[in-house]
Design a protein around this ligand. Sequence first.
Ligand code: GUN
Length: 287
Amino acid sequence: MSKIMDGRKVAQDTEKEIIRKTKELKERTGIVPGLASILIGNDPASEIYVRNKRTACGRCGMHSEEYNLPEETTENELLSLINQLNINKSIHGILVQLPLPLHIDPTKAIRKVSPVKDVDGFHPENTGKLLQGEPGLVSCTPYGIEKLLDYYNIEIYGKHVVVVGRSNIVGKPAAAVMLNRDATVTIAHLETENLRPITTAADILIVAIGDPQFIKKEMVKDGAVIVDVGINRNETGKIVGDVDFEDVKEKASYLTPVPGGVGPMTITMLLWNTLKAAEIFAGDKYP
Ligand code: GUN
């Protein structure tokens, strides 16, 4: 029976540290970390994410601003809003909620965000720094996975980490984060031929492919650590991950649930990044 990695608890503990550091920064410099979220259109999942971000900012004593813009917003309107936020001194983090409507090029929006305010860690300057192992803003889900593994004292150094999924948001940066921690990393994805011998070789298996309950017990090694990034709805409307939790739970040594695993960590690391951006703005050295 595997141990459950409780993302809600780890997120709460991390939040306590964020609250303490936010207060300390405010007392020392007068600076209150500020996050601006831009949401275009009415995607229900995105609306929930943005609402959760707002309440989390409130809990941590941070300033938050939301820009809920209509679906018809033009690319130029979005880019000029990002420009204004780039020079706004009360904003230290800017988040453009993805996916954007099809008429807006997400790469243009991502590149417009000032790299020092890019709390999603999506700007090529930050992804480049991550790949080169330099300090920068690290994208929230991979960063949250690293925190979660560290919390449970799971060794990354020298281990074989298999990442299933190659998105810019999770798979690729997760592989870079693990490589920077001296893991041996394999990236697989839905086009990978003969996936099973690859996933069964993993000491730590990170799955982010958006395919409900795709990973079954035959695909995992005895005692593997499994991190499930997926959030899907199954046929009955229930939220499930990319891993078949019930099927693998006797085999894994540690396992994240869905919901309540990686998800809460993502939002917490967004606040962590906002705090970090504000500290750097205040002239603090980092790390
Ligand atoms: N949409 C789904 N996940 C994310 C995320 O981490 N950041 C942003 N900006 N949009 C998302």
